[in-house]
Design a protein around this ligand. Structure first.
Ligand SMILES: C[S@@+](CC[C@H](N)C(=O)[O-])C[C@H]1O[C@@H](n2cnc3c(N)ncnc32)[C@H](O)[C@@H]1O
Length: 298
C-alpha cells in the first residue's frame, strides 16, 4: 500500500528508509518522529499483523492525525506523546525491551511549517511560537525577551551558522526592548533590514529562524540524548536510520555512529550520507537538504 501522496506531510526518502531499515514480518519498530505517519505506515505494511510499531511525537495535534491514518493499516501500533529522548520511559510503558529497527526523521513537519499560528515560518504572519509541543512553555518570543545580546549572538552563530549574528542580535534586542517582537513577519522584516543584501538564494531570515527553532525545542540535546543509549534497546542485527536536515544534526549522527563503530557496537552502513534522488528532489522541495545515515547493531 502506498497512499502517502495524500498526506499533508510528504515523507522523505521512503524507499531508502525501507531499504536500510529492512522491516520484516513480525518486527518491532520504533519511529521516534512519527509525524503524520508516512514512514510508519509503509513500515507497518511490511511488519504486518504480527509486527508492532511504537510511534513517538511531541506534537499532540500531529499525533492525532497519525492515529487516524495508521488505524487503517492492520498492524498493531501504539503512539506516545513524548520527546523521543524519553525513549526509556516510552519502551517501559510499551512493555518492550528490544526493537528490530529505529527511525528518526528529524526537524519539523510540513504540518508545522505550513500553519501560520505555529510560528515556524518567516513567510507566514503568526505569533513567534515555534514549540513543537505546545503543552510545554518557552516560545521563541519568550526566549528573545529573556536572552541578552551576547546570548542571542551566540545562539544565531552556533545553531544558525549566521555570519551576521552580532548585528542581528543587537537589532533584535533594540526592537524587543523598545516595543517587543511578537510576530514572525516582524522578526523576518527586521533581519531583512539589518543585513546586507547578498546573492544567496535563501531568505535572509532562514538561519535565525532555524536557530530559534532548535533552541526552543532543544533539538540537539534530544538527538544526543537519544543516540547516546538507543543501541542498548536494539536487537543484534537491528538497524537505525536517521534523516537529518542540517549540518549540526548530521554531524552529531555521524560522530555517534563513528564512536559506536569504534566500540564495535555498530557497523556503519552509509559511509557517506544518502541523499534524495533527482525525481524526489523535483517533486518535493523540502527534501533537498535531507541526509540519511544508517547503522546496524553488532
Ligand atoms: C519531519 S517530521 C516526521 C515526519 C514523519 N516521518 C512522517 O512520515 O510523517 C518530524 C516530526 O518529529 C517531531 N519531533 C521533532 N523532534 C522531536 C522530539 N525530540 N521528540 C519527539 N518528536 C519530535 C515533530 O513534531 C514532527 O512531527
Amino acid at each position: 500500500m502506498d497512499d502517502t501522496n495524500n498526506l499533508l506531510h510528504q515523507p522523505v526518502m521512503v524507499e531508502e528508509v525501507l531499504d536500510y531499515l529492512r522491516p520484516k514480518a513480525g518486527h518491532i519498530i520504533l519511529d521516534g518522529t512519527v509525524g503524520n505517519g508516512g514512514h510508519a505506515g509503509r513500515i507497518m505494511t511490511k511488519i504486518g499483523p504480527d509486527g508492532f510499531l511504537i510511534g513517538i511525537d511531541r506534537d499532540m495535534e500531529i499525533l492525532q492525525m497519525a492515529k487516524h491514518y495508521l488505524s487503517k493499516i492492520g498492524c498493531p501500533f501504539k503512539l506516545y506523546h513524548a520527546d523521543y529522548s524519553d525513549v526509556d520511559e516510552v519502551l517501559r510503558q510499551a512493555g518492550v525491551r528490544k526493537v528490530h529497527g529505529v527511525l528518526l526523521d528529524l526537524g519539523a513537519s510540513s504540518l508545522q511549517f505550513d500553519r501560520a499560528d505555529r510560528g515556524f515560518s518567516f513567510s507566514k504572519e503568526g505569533p513567534l511560537d515555534m514549540r513543537m509541543d505546545r503543552s510545554q512553555g518557552g516560545t521563541a518570543q519568550e526566549l528573545i525577551r529573556r536572552f541578552s545580546v551576547k546570548e542571542l549572538e551566540e545562539l544565531f552563530r552556533r545553531y544558525g551558522e549566521e555570519r551576521w549574528s552580532a548585528r542581528i542580535a543587537r537589532a533584535i534586542r533594540r526592537e524587543a526592548d523598545a516595543g517587543g517582537i511578537a510576530s514572525t513577519r516582524q522578526l523576518a522584516d527586521l533581519i531583512e533590514r539589518v543585513i546586507p543584501k547578498g546573492k544567496s538564494k535563501i531568505h535572509p531570515a532562514t538561519r535565525v529562524f532555524q536557530a530559534l527553532r532548535i533552541a526552543v525545542n532543544r533539538e540537539l540535546e534530544s538527538l544526543e540524548g537519544f543516540l547516546d543509549r538507543i543501541h542498548t534497546y536494539m536487537e543484534t542485527g537491528a538497524r537505525v536510520v536517521v534523516i537529518s536536515f542540517h549540518s549540526l544534526e548530521d554531524r552529531i549522527v555521524k560522530n555517534v555512529f563513528a564512536e559506536r563503530a569504534n566500540q564495535k557496537i555498530f557497523t556503519i552502513l552509509t559511509k557517506k550520507p544518502v541523499t534524495p534522488g533527482e525525481v524526489e528532489r523535483q517533486r518535493n522541495i523540502r527534501c533537498r537538504s535531507a541526509k540519511l545515515r544508517s547503522a546496524e547493531r553488532i
